[in-house]
Design a protein around this ligand. Structure first.
Ligand code: SF4
Ligand code: SF4
Length: 345
């Protein structure tokens, strides 16, 4: 099998991301399936590449930029020697991605399939929005050490394993405020946890959990080159799993405004950056807050009254004056008008 070696820095001239991705794509068309890439911060390497026959692809990469393996397909194998910046395996769709060093912020963000292995630490919001389509195997996200704060935010499916190795100094192997809004999936954790969201609970491992960790740990450690840690990490005395609280215990519903005040802004990133009083508009907002405003052109109108009859808000008077407090900017008046007498912008 021919290995295609690509050096992206020659005579101090750096190949652009676009040039690199086009080169990879051309080589795949020529039948190459195995790549050694000396990158120079180029983005998206290994993701969104595929063979027409559905065959496998392998990428060994050094020094990648953001989104290595983003949207990567089933059958793709990516090995990063060293660390990788943000968005490792973003929206992974089935690839096996190994980063032997640290992963940046938002590793495994939105992952929907495949496996992501991190041989060091990962940053903030890692594993956020992971999901599981039951037609496929759940995505897996394994981290040798710890994640940053806000990880597993709004997770709805999939499995994460945070091994807490070399984390004795840390107050929490998940940072602070992880799992806010988590509604599905499982996060296995070894070590101390602090500041978890109130919508989840920690539970002891059962036999199924232990079998899962035993079966996956060997392959994970082989991939990151740390097989000597197997025995230490499979001592289950320090492990627990985090799962969403059952639906029934969340019956005490709060409004979105109350949720923002109680959960979202608290210690959050956003409160300092934007002014937001937490008000939540309804989907169809009338008056000044509506997204679009219709304007009537008297000279075009043929007085058929279709707009008046079809307006769901009864916002158009008989003389075609608009009642702003009622109009939601839906555009139906413009859509039904046979002579385009209403424009909406
Ligand atoms: S935009 Fe919608 S709500 Fe407003 S006047 Fe037209 S049909 Fe009525
Ligand atoms: S639908 Fe158009 S033509 Fe008919 S009344 Fe309304 S603005 Fe006039």
């Amino acid at each position: 099998m021919t290995v295609c070696k690509i050096k992206t820095l020659k005579n101090n001239t750096r190949m652009s991301t676009q040039e690199l991705l086009q080169t990879i794509s051309k080589k795949i068309e020529e039948g190459v399936t195995d790549f050694d890439i000396e990158a120079c911060g180029q983005h998206d390497i290994g993701g969104s590449s595929w063979t027409k026959s559905g065959g496998s692809l392998t990428f060994r990469i050094t020094n990648p930029g953001q989104r290595v393996g983003a949207m990567a397909m089933d059958g793709t194998k990516i090995i990063v020697e060293g660390s990788a910046p943000a968005d490792v395996g973003w929206l992974n769709s089935g690839a096996e991605i190994t980063v032997k060093g640290d992963g940046g912020d938002t590793s495994a963000h939105c992952a929907a399939g495949g496996k992501i292995y991190i041989g060091g630490r990962t940053g903030t919001r890692s594993g956020a929005l992971m999901k599981h389509d039951p037609k496929f195997e759940p995505p897996e996200f394994w981290v040798l050490k710890n994640t940053g704060s806000f990880s597993f935010e709004f997770m709805s499916g999939g499995i994460a394993v945070i091994c807490g190795y070399d984390c004795n100094e840390l107050q929490s192997v998940l940072g602070n405020r992880s799992c806010v809004g988590m509604v599905g999936g499982t996060v296995y954790v070894r070590g101390r946890i602090y500041g978890l969201a109130s919508c989840v609970e920690t539970v002891k491992l059962n036999k199924f959990d232990k079998d899962f960790l035993k079966s996956g740990m060997k392959h994970f450690l082989q991939n990151i080159g740390r097989t000597e840690l197997e025995q230490e990490l499979l001592d289950f005395s320090d492990w627990c799993k985090i799962v969403p609280l059952p639906k029934e215990s969340k019956i005490n519903k709060i409004t979105v405004k109350e949720f923002k005040a109680a959960e979202w802004f608290k210690d959050g990133l956003f409160g300092d950056l934007v002014e937001d009083n937490g008000e939540v508009f309804s989907l169809a907002q009338p008056g000044k807050a509506r997204l679009r405003t219709p304007v009537w052109n008297k000279t075009k109108c043929v007085n058929c009254k279709l707009c008046i009859k079809n307006c769901p808000q009864k916002a158009i008077k008989e003389n075609y004056l608009l009642i702003d407090e009622k109009c939601i900017g839906c555009g139906i008046c413009s859509a039904v008008c046979p002579v385009n007498a209403w424009t909406i912008s």
